[in-house]
Ligand binder design. Sequence first.
Ligand SMILES: NC(=O)c1ccc[n+]([C@@H]2O[C@H](COP(=O)([O-])OP(=O)(O)OC[C@H]3O[C@@H](n4cnc5c(N)ncnc54)[C@H](OP(=O)(O)O)[C@@H]3O)[C@@H](O)[C@H]2O)c1
Length: 286
Amino acid sequence: MILVTGATGTVGRALIDQLLSAGERVRATSRHPATAHLPADVEVVEADLGNPTQTAAAMRDVDRVFLLSTGPAIPEHDAVVTRAAAEAGIARLVKLSSGRTGDDTATDPIPTWHRAGEQSVRTAGVPWTIVRPLGFMSNALHWAGSIRAHGAVYAPYGQGRIAVIDPRDIAAVAKVALTTDGHDGQVYTLSGPQALSPGEQTAVLGAVLGRQLEFIEVAPEQARQAILDHGVPTELADAIMALRATALEAFTSVVHDTVARLTGTPPRTFEQWAADHAIEFHSTAA
Ligand SMILES: NC(=O)c1ccc[n+]([C@@H]2O[C@H](COP(=O)([O-])OP(=O)(O)OC[C@H]3O[C@@H](n4cnc5c(N)ncnc54)[C@H](OP(=O)(O)O)[C@@H]3O)[C@@H](O)[C@H]2O)c1
């Protein structure tokens, strides 16, 4: 049985569908199992990754683990999960990390948190694989409100290009690493097929939605305030802004062949992602 943490989130949810399609038995963790809304075939257990007792209980009868942790708690949660995995005799652990963890010059919070988490993974004594995606295509969902209301995307760092990836392709790589041999000790950096600026993503969204959309570059401070206005804690908002600034660096615009190499299928384009999520950008969406 495979334990999927972060199961109700973007990547975890996609991974669950792919594992079930492959006939795997899946257990999922959530802090709120009653509202997890996962497929009936999934066993859902309550676990906060900061709670060692719940996390250890979630690993009973499990042989493989997908580790997804988020925010400032990544180092602590990865330590809890890897300790529990070692005690449970887990045969294979796949950690979702972040692409920029591989950029040695990156000292901002998110890669720093993931580097600490990766260290727990490497030293736990459990066979591991680390998956490091660049920016998610699904981050564009943050623009849905302003697209619906004003036909506009407001974003900072307009000159920056990121080789954004569809979360379903991240899940596909995680599935391969969890279900096939030959991935122990491997670190996979993942990207989509093309580096795009926010203005170029706006143009693709406009073409897919059949609407004229405007891209308006905003100052980083304005973007930070918008994140805070959504209720995101200051530490996380600052970490997100530090990450966004790195869109201007060449590192995030490099296209990697990993998805095609590991899954046998080319990564989805942003156009495909946008078409599959068009309903979320239409004016009639909630
Ligand atoms: N967005 C990007 O561009 C990007 C790029 C590279 C890497 N990443 C990495 O991707 C990860 C985020 O993935 P995602 O977007 O799929 O996540 P997400 O949609 O934000 O979902 C977060 C998941 O984590 C679970 N969770 C949160 N706090 C928890 C806790 N204390 N204990 C147990 N579970 C907890 C939530 O489950 P419940 O609420 O059900 O408990 C939820 O399933 C982060 O590690 C991030 O650094 C993101």
